[in-house]
Design a protein around this ligand. Structure first.
Ligand SMILES: [Zn+2]
Ligand SMILES: [Zn+2]
Length: 177
């Protein structure tokens, strides 16, 4: 019998539903450089939401400005290694880390995390130890991709990108990287 790949329409619907919510959550972020939203989903039940932001009660980026650090990144440009200077805001706690701070371990066991952006290395490392069994994201973050993918493979965590997904227009998506 010939196997054909059939997309599960129900799955696609749930993915869109939860990713739309993640984008709406991301609009709460006060960092002008990046708005990230993350959700904890257990058996189609939404158990937590989080976005990137300064600790509660501390000045956020809209009040105190971004806290910028400069980093040098080694990039491969047309086969040649090239050092590029990048700026990053470190005032905020990443959405995934806030999600872990505000959810319980027992709720995370076997759960799915929906996140607007592919997790950075630190977030991926923490998620890998959090009980989560699946991570679904939309926007790619190539910088850490290789080591994050290999970690997810080692841990047996499903790691899916919704490449065809389009964020809702109300989320006012804009990214400066
Ligand atoms: Zn900022
Ligand atoms: Zn992160």
């Amino acid at each position: 019998m010939m196997e054909t790949f059939v997309q599960d329409p129900a799955r696609k619907d749930w993915d869109t539903y939860f990713m739309d919510i993640a984008y709406m959550v991301s609009t709460r972020s006060r960092c002008p450089r990046r708005h990230v939203g993350a959700l904890l989903v257990q058996g189609k039940k939404l158990l937590g939401t989080a976005y990137n932001g300064a600790p509660m009660g501390a000045a956020d980026c809209s009040e105190a400005g971004c806290m910028i650090v400069e980093e040098y990144e080694l990039m491969l440009v047309e086969g040649a290694e090239q050092v590029t200077k990048k700026q990053r805001c470190i005032r905020t706690i990443h959405a995934e880390q806030n999600l872990l701070l505000f959810t319980d371990r027992i709720d995370r066991e076997g759960s799915t995390v929906y996140v607007t952006d592919q997790p950075c290395w630190t977030c991926a490392n923490m998620l890998a130890n959090s009980g989560v069994k699946e991570i679904v994201y939309h926007r790619a973050y190539p910088k850490d991709s290789e080591k994050v993918l290999s970690l997810m493979e080692q841990k047996g965590i499903a790691f899916r990108r919704l490449a065809a997904y389009e964020p809702p227009s109300q989320s006012g998506v804009s990214v400066i990287s």
